[in-house]
Design a protein around this ligand. Structure first.
Ligand SMILES: [Zn+2]
Length: 154
């Protein structure tokens, strides 16, 4: 193609179409792994900066306030509070579900951040107190889905 020629279609550009088989594996990182191992034990762990007395959820390796490395973790317990809530009509694969379900951002006392997960139980609302309901121990894999939902306390 000379400089006087113009492309009239993107297909005329020097491209080819093919598939390249890539396989990705991401690690959870040091702090993420501690969090996920905690889930296997039925615990929700936050990373604690001893310098600032701040606890992060999900855990971080470094404090965003003082930039020091964080090496300690704190069990936040299983009880939290719904800070945000929405109703979902699609599953994680993008398929429409038969029955809509609630997803909430659940926060914990004295922790910065929170967990996004299903919220079940009677009339969930923003501000509802909830408790984590885990899969049976033998079924846990160290994934966020080890928490089945946060159930509204009555
Ligand atoms: Zn700090």
């Amino acid at each position: 193609m000379t400089i006087k020629e113009r492309l009239t279609s993107l297909r005329e550009a020097r491209t080819w179409e093919d598939k390249i088989p890539f396989h990705y594996e991401y690690t959870a990182g040091v702090a993420g792994e501690s969090f996920l191992r905690g889930l296997i034990d039925g615990k929700i762990l936050g990373a604690r900066c001893e310098n600032c007395q701040l606890t992060y959820l999900p855990p971080k390796m470094y404090c965003t306030n003082c930039f020091r490395e964080i090496t300690s973790y704190r069990d936040l317990g299983l009880k939290g509070r719904v800070a945000a809530l929405t109703e979902a009509y699609l599953d994680f694969a993008g398929e429409k579900v038969e029955k809509p379900y609630m997803i909430g951002f659940v926060t914990f006392t004295d922790a910065k951040g929170g967990i996004i997960q299903r919220v079940t139980g009677r009339r969930p609302r923003i501000g509802s107190r909830v408790v984590a309901r885990f899969k049976p121990r033998k079924s846990r894999t160290g994934a966020i889905t080890d928490i089945l939902s946060f159930v509204v306390e009555s």
